[in-house]
Ligand binder design. Structure first.
Ligand SMILES: [Zn+2]
Length: 312
């Protein structure tokens, strides 16, 4: 573990385990969360601006200069406009807080706006904010995510590649990305120390959603050569009952996020008949997840998006 992470981790640990600190250090602890040490933040490619999150608000942390010998697809005027577009970014972030109930997103402490790579269909990402920590996450939204609000429902795509169940791309992306947090936080993974590199690596717990999904589909059904082929369509076509979408076949992590999104957005609890439904039912077995599902669906309703009557 890098030394710089230690004090913050200890502080957070103290905050959750030691009640004696509650009254006198609460402010300090919250302040730490609002303005965490950002020195060791992972920075993803083409990040234009990074904010710290506290409750429903974002606070400017860093702006990034345009890569000096950056790729030609990056337009200077867009980059420079986005560097200053705080009000616009608040609106974009609101899409996330409008949909995901507050009590479930406290560990998502960073919000970034990024420039998508050329030709990519990436609207958003969710990742651990720091190496060697499973307690702080970062949500990134493409500067042009709003275009997803009017996008044709992709379930009609010929190869089912971006199945959004008829919801607009931006709304669906919020739930999918949050699914990454749900399947990769500290209830799901643990860190183990690697002395050779003086570093920590994360591992899935046996009880984690992803480990169980791997046991249901990846390990049990899919031949190794196919699983490592990096060919989602081929995997989906060979085992259509094992996955909720083609995109879920991209990796076990995407399987986790896609299955979570389907758990939330499909109206009915499925029967335990095949691999994809067995995986959806993993979430139904967890009362906290059922509560979260209800919360997200109520929020969608408040936005006028009725689950089961998708908005596109
Ligand atoms: Zn994903």
């Amino acid at each position: 573990m890098k030394q710089s992470n230690l004090p913050l981790l200890l502080l957070l640990l103290t905050a959750t385990t030691t009640s004696i600190f509650n009254s006198c250090t609460r402010e300090t602890i919250e302040e730490k969360i609002i303005f965490p040490d950002s020195n060791d933040d992972r920075e993803s490619k083409n990040t234009i601006v990074a904010y710290n999150i506290f409750n429903d608000n974002i606070y400017l942390n860093k702006t990034f200069p345009m890569p000096s010998n950056g790729p030609a697809y990056i337009k200077k005027e867009i980059w420079e406009k986005e560097q200053k577009a705080i009000e616009e970014h608040k609106k974009r972030f609101k899409l996330f807080t409008d949909i995901i109930p507050a009590e479930y997103r406290k560990e998502i402490t960073q919000f970034t706006v990024f420039y998508p790579e050329e030709g990519s269909n990436v609207y958003a990402y969710m990742g651990d904010r720091k190496e060697n920590s499973l307690s702080q996450f970062s949500l990134g939204l493409a500067y042009d995510i709003d275009k997803g609000k009017t996008q044709i429902p992709s379930f009609s795509a010929p190869d089912n590649k971006l199945n959004t169940l008829g919801y607009d791309m931006a709304t669906y992306a919020m739930i999918h990305e949050f699914g990454h947090y749900i399947t990769k936080n500290k209830t799901q993974l643990y860190l183990s120390y690697v002395p050779e590199s003086d570093n920590y690596v994360s591992n899935y717990k046996e009880s984690s959603f992803i480990k169980q999904m791997v046991n249901i589909s990846w390990k049990k059904k899919i031949p190794v050569e196919l699983a490592i082929s990096m060919n989602p369509s081929k995997i989906f076509n060979a085992f259509p009952k094992e996955f909720v979408s083609v995109y879920a076949c991209s990796s076990m992590d995407e399987d986790g996020a896609e299955t979570f999104a389907h758990f939330v957005l499909l109206n009915d609890k499925p029967e335990d008949v095949d691999g994809k439904n067995k995986k959806i039912l993993l979430f139904y077995k967890n009362p906290e997840m059922v509560k979260l599902r209800t919360g997200i669906r109520q929020n969608l309703q408040k936005l006028g998006i009725v689950p089961g009557r998708p908005n596109l």
